[in-house]
Design a protein around this ligand. Structure first.
Ligand code: 0X9
Ligand code: ZN
Length: 300
């Protein structure tokens, strides 16, 4: 069983996804979509009661191993949609397909439980050091700034774009799913709701649409517990960093409303966010995701 009073490891999360699908046929479907470097099965959970080509939202978490509030928030969102006041979301789930991958860097995440709490990267061998920054590894303006060529660095972009099997798996999902309108990647920390680009300070031509939806999402988020967020393009809000999944989703994957969200907090606890903040973070973030979901529902 799952709860949101403590953080859960990779095996607990994947077992829970399987259990949800078993208990909620017709709403949930779980698919095995790949295998990590160390052999962990990667799964996608899809929620939706309508057509397979309904507009879709792809939500991932856990790309950075140590950002534990990310998988916890993604599972919180899944649980609300599946086990929350069911009739509330029936129109949404009839018109929008949600695709979730709560932990897209399974080996790194497992390593933060077993060995090193603040590990960030994947766990593939890279010469004298280990791991690639999975959020510098995507093939859209790859290694064009804000990334390191040093295999020992935390922002190592890899020997080539998509060197990491786990990011290939996520890429293939995004490419396979029909009609994705939004992509949201959950990270921590800093309380930012960001849109492309992260590889340049230039803005996408449709940035005002992305900014406006982000404002609506953040307004709903902040209304829950008063948590303040900043909104803007990645480069202009946090820093320049190329090879990110959000830039790829928009620039190569053609997913228009692409976001990276940095969850709580602003640094008091940082990556070591106390488990007592999982539920409030989940509650507020879920309201932001609902705004995106309802926008996608009526987006043509
Ligand atoms: O550096 C990152 O990958 C993200 N910040 S974190 O502290 N969670 O590591 C920000 C990524 C923003 N998006 C792009 N730069 N494309
Ligand atoms: Zn991150």
């Amino acid at each position: 069983a799952m709860d949101w009073t403590s953080y859960h490891d990779y095996d607990e999360i994947t077992a829970w996804l399987d259990e949800l699908a078993t208990n909620n046929p017709g709403l949930c479907k779980v698919s095995d979509v790949g295998t990590s470097y160390e052999g962990r099965t990667m799964k996608v959970l899809t929620l939706g009661t309508g057509a397979a080509d309904n507009p879709g939202i792809f939500i991932d978490g856990g790309i950075h191993a140590r950002e534990w509030i990310s998988p916890a928030t993604v599972t919180y969102i899944i649980n609300e949609l599946v086990n929350g006041a069911s009739s509330t979301y029936s129109d949404l789930l009839a018109g929008v397909n949600f695709h979730f991958m709560p932990v897209i860097n399974p080996d790194g995440y497992a390593y933060t439980f077993s060995n090193e709490r603040l590990w960030r990267k994947t766990r593939s061998p890279q010469g004298a050091c280990t791991g690639v920054d999975p959020n510098r590894n995507w093939d859209f303006h790859w290694n064009e700034g804000g990334a390191s060529n040093n295999p020992c660095a935390d922002t190592y972009c890899g020997p080539n774009a998509f060197s990491e099997i786990e990011m290939q798996v996520v890429r293939d999902q995004i490419n396979t799913l029909p009609n994705l309108v939004s992509y949201i990647s959950f990270h921590s920390y800093s309380q930012l709701w960001m849109y492309p680009w992260g590889w340049t300070s230039d803005l996408p031509e449709d940035w005002q649409e992305l900014d406006s939806l982000a404002q609506d999402a953040v307004n709903a988020l902040t209304a829950v517990h008063g948590t303040s967020y900043e909104i803007g393009s990645s480069t202009n809000t946090i820093y320049l960093a190329s090879g990110g999944s959000d830039d790829w989703a928009k620039g190569a994957g053609n997913v228009k409303f692409s976001y990276t969200v940095e969850l709580r907090d602003t640094g008091a606890f940082g990556f070591l966010l106390p488990a007592g903040q999982i539920i409030p973070t989940g509650e507020e973030t879920f309201q932001g995701v609902l705004v995106v979901g309802n926008f996608v529902l009526s987006y043509t």
